[in-house]
Every structure is written in structure tokens, then in C-alpha cells.
Design a protein around this ligand. Structure first.
Ligand code: APR
Length: 311
């Protein structure tokens, strides 16, 4: 059994904690935030649900990083969402400061942790956490592909009018504009996606998936999605603490796979106790491969923005 820390007790963080606790797969989940009382109150509420739901995992709410000591996995959700009038670079600056400070504290108390970053902008924040932590790159990864793939699967199931559990969908690349849907790896039952839906419909679904986060923000007005994002992050934690070797689309460090090197990119990877065990190099069509290469270039450019700001 293991210890997991989730930094940030907002919507994304607290729902991730709730899912991990209810699965009863670790001894303790520590939830921390800068807001005093928030993690403590949420933890108390969650712990009281244990006799009803029948699980033992204890949630510890704290503002003190000393309580996170010896964590096997740390999920970083701390950060601000983009506010009206704030440029992308402004958000980058604000969240870079937060992620840097959080990572320094985490590594001080859990020098051997695996860190999963979910704070946006995802690629930059994952790269930053890797650099600040000094951990081997396989121990720092980001969550984006699990979420986008789930959204893609949901839209495919709706359009094809089939059981959601019969759909296999994969997206690689990155979050947003450079998301790379991989139709050749998508299936509806045993049928390839291209045979289940016409090309226009697939294109429409791909577009909707790319803008999946914005669609939800537009409904909510304040705040962003957290049910599916937290499910994605919690499943990554599960694969790591159980050392399952399960293959998932995650944001992982590239070392020559698909001819791409030295950048964090959404790819299929096997997760285990050391984080990313192996990046799988799956067969892609020429179009998919070139889209993945373009995504790598776009991420590298975005990461270069980090060098222009003080954090
Ligand atoms: N240390 C710890 N917690 C912090 C810090 C910090 N330095 N700075 C901010 N926080 C906390 C806030 O107090 C808040 O409780 O992070 C939490 C963020 O919660 P929400 O505003 O509810 O945002 P959430 O929906 O959880 O999203 C968090 O995930 O999907 C991304 O873009 C999203 O970057 C955002 C992150």
C-alpha cells in the first residue's frame, strides 16, 4: 500500500482525491492547498463517508508540506484558470510560479516520488516540474491524453449510437490545437472507426474533442471540467501504485520514439511504479505520424515561451 499526495484542493484536486480514496488502493491520500481550512474540511467530510461506502483509505487535509513526506505519487493540480483579460503568457507566468514553488516543496519531502502534472498549460507545466524537481524524466508525466481520449470515445459512442464500453479511442500529441486523434487505433466494437462513421462526422467529432474543455467552460461560466479530468488522473495514479504496466495515453518525455527527442508529448506509455516504464511506439499512418511531429514542434515552441518569463 502506498501514500499519494494531491496538491490543490479545488475541483480537480478534491475529486481526484475522492476517487483514489473510494477505490481503497492506498493507505493514505494527502490533500494540500494554500487556502487554510479547505483541505481539512474536505478531508473530514470524505473520511466520514467511509463507513457508508466501505473503504479504509484515510484522507489527510493539510496546509503543511511536512505531512506529504514519503509520498509515492504526487498529483499537482494547483494553479489558476485563465481569467478574462489575462493573456496566455500571463497565465503561464502565474501558474509557472505556483508549479515551481509546489514542486520544490514536494521534492524536499518526497525525493523519490512520481509526479503527475495536470495544471495548465500542461506541456509547459510538466516540463517545468521535471526541470525543477531534478527527477529522472520517466518520474514526471502529465495528464492530457487520457482525458481527450475519453472525450473522443464519448462523442464516437453518441454519434454511432453504440455502447460506450464498446468504443476504443486514442488521441496523442498534446492538449488543444495540437491534439492528434488516431483514427487508425479507434474501433467501434470490432469495426474500425473509418467504417463506423463517415469522414465528415469523424472530422466534426475530432473538432469537438479538441475544444472539449472550452465547451464545458462555456456552460459553467466559471471554472472548468473536473469529473473526467479527475478520473483520468486517478487512473494514472492507480496504474503507478499498483505497478500494473497498463498502457495509457499520457504526456511523457520523448527519447527518440517516432524520431522525436527531448520534448514532453502525448503518447501511449506503460505506467508502473517508476512512472513511465516504456513509451510504446505504435504503428501510425503517414498523416498521423506527421501530425505527431507537428505537435512536438508546437510543444517545443511553447516550452521556449517559458524562458521569456520570470518565475
Ligand atoms: N499551493 C497549493 N495550492 C494552490 C496554490 C499553491 N501555491 N495556488 C493555488 N492553489 C489552489 C487554489 O487555492 C485552489 O484551491 O489550487 C486550487 C485550484 O482549484 P480550482 O480553482 O478549483 O481549479 P481546478 O478546476 O481544480 O483546476 C486546477 O487544473 O485543469 C487544470 O486549468 C486547470 O490549471 C487548472 C488546474
Amino acid at each position: 500500500m502506498s501514500k499519494v499526495t494531491v496538491v490543490g484542493a479545488g475541483k480537480y484536486g478534491s475529486t481526484t482525491v475522492q476517487r483514489i480514496a473510494e477505490w481503497d488502493i492506498v493507505d493514505e491520500v494527502v490533500m494540500t492547498d494554500i487556502v487554510e481550512g479547505l483541505p481539512q474540511g474536505l478531508a473530514l467530510d470524505m473520511n466520514q463517508s467511509r463507513p457508508l461506502l466501505g473503504y479504509r483509505t484515510k484522507v489527510v487535509g493539510t496546509n503543511d508540506y511536512a505531512d506529504t513526506a514519503g509520498s509515492d505519487v504526487v498529483v499537482i493540480t494547483a494553479g489558476l484558470p485563465r481569467k478574462p483579460g489575462m493573456s496566455r503568457m500571463d497565465l503561464l507566468g502565474v501558474n509557472a510560479k505556483i508549479v515551481k514553488a509546489v514542486t520544490q516543496e514536494i521534492i524536499r519531502y518526497s525525493p523519490d516520488a512520481v509526479i503527475i502534472v495536470v495544471t495548465n498549460p500542461l506541456d509547459q507545466m510538466t516540463t517545468l516540474a521535471a526541470e525543477v524537481s531534478g527527477l529522472p524524466r520517466n518520474r514526471v508525466l502529465g495528464q492530457a491524453g487520457m482525458l481527450d481520449s475519453a472525450r473522443f470515445a464519448h462523442f464516437i459512442a453518441d454519434a454511432a449510437d453504440v455502447d460506450i464500453l464498446d468504443v476504443q479511442a486514442v488521441t496523442l500529441g498534446s492538449h488543444g490545437e495540437t491534439m492528434v486523434p488516431v483514427p487508425s487505433l479507434c474501433k467501434v466494437g470490432d469495426v474500425p472507426l473509418a467504417e463506423a462513421l463517415d469522414p465528415e462526422k469523424i472530422e466534426e467529432i475530432v473538432d469537438r474533442t479538441r475544444n472539449g474543455g472550452a465547451e464545458i467552460v462555456a456552460y459553467l461560466k466559471t471554472g472548468s471540467a473536473y469529473y473526467t479530468p479527475s478520473a483520468a488522473a486517478a487512473l494514472m495514479v492507480k496504474a503507478i501504485v499498483e505497478d500494473s504496466g497498463q498502457e495509457m495515453p499520457v504526456c511523457a518525455w520523448m527519447e527518440g520514439q517516432y524520431g522525436i527527442d527531448g520534448v514532453y508529448l502525448g503518447v501511449l506509455a506503460k505506467l508502473g511504479k517508476n512512472g513511465v516504464g516504456e513509451v510504446s511506439e505504435v504503428e501510425l499512418t503517414a498523416t498521423e505520424r506527421s501530425a505527431l511531429e507537428d505537435a512536438a514542434v508546437a510543444v517545443a515552441e511553447k516550452v521556449a515561451d517559458l524562458e521569456q518569463i520570470a518565475y
